[in-house]
Design a protein around this ligand. Sequence first.
Ligand code: NAD
Length: 280
Amino acid sequence: MRMQDKVAVVTGGSSGLGKRTVERFLEEGGRAVIADIQDAAGMRLAETLGDAARYIHCDVTRESDIEAAVALADSTWGRLDVMFNNAGRPGDPNPVETMPAERWDADFAVLVRSVMLGIKHAVPIMKRQGRGAIVSTASVAGLVPGSTATSYSVAKNAVIHLTKCAALELAGYGIRVNCICPGVIATPIFGRSAQLPTQLDARVAEEAAANMGGFQPLPRTGRPDDIAEGVLYLADDRAGFVTGVALTIDGGFAAGMSPEQRQRIWAPLREAVGALAGGE
Ligand SMILES: NC(=O)c1ccc[n+]([C@@H]2O[C@H](COP(=O)([O-])OP(=O)(O)OC[C@H]3O[C@@H](n4cnc5c(N)ncnc54)[C@H](O)[C@@H]3O)[C@@H](O)[C@H]2O)c1
């Protein structure tokens, strides 16, 4: 019961990584406010989880919505131990050359500004308590340029840097600030750019699991449980000496290529060279 009596706010808690983290927090004895724009899914989840969960409509691009989500945790349970800034979506696929400035701003509003606001509004309650853990979802895309859309990659890199800056600002108040860098994890996020209806969410996650196992050295796609476990660790008092960290959970992607991956990439050239050698 690692989260016994702890209270969390989870943005993007209706689906994917956020949803699984909410479920795991509650399995470990905690309580959570699910803050999302997917109202039907969020309300269903809160209903399933019972009295230890609440749902609130929260568009993380609106400061007043984030403020209200944090206030709901405080008014319902009198505290806030964990702020999980997790809401997100894919970035605009344009390269810099053709990037409409307003789409860049929109990506940053969802992916970076929201994290700053989540920290901002969690801090007064955590200062009052003299403790708290803030975790945000960055990405391996924030570590390795080119693994996905540029605006997303730059935004996630900013989340990592924001985490470190905030960790330094808040260390003296007993508030730890860390982020998590997932690799490819089988969630519905991969259908969002194509604007697939949410009824297809489970199918999209299945397709990701079936098709993306070769993305990283460990030969399987990541699962929401892999990330929820990392968030639990960072939220737990047992990580009491851990702050300013970007915890990478990516099956080895950011470390480099395995011999099997190298073999797949080099095989055509080796074959071609072998054929040339045979012909001589
Ligand atoms: N799945 C991956 O491979 C992966 C990898 C690296 C990072 N991430 C990050 O993990 C986080 C969660 O993504 P996921 O894979 O669970 O995707 P998901 O689509 O299953 O969940 C994202 C949730 O965020 C919510 N959301 C989107 N915009 C919002 C807004 N403006 N306000 C409030 N909620 C909003 C969505 O409604 C959804 O419930 C995101 O920040 C994403 O960038 C995901």
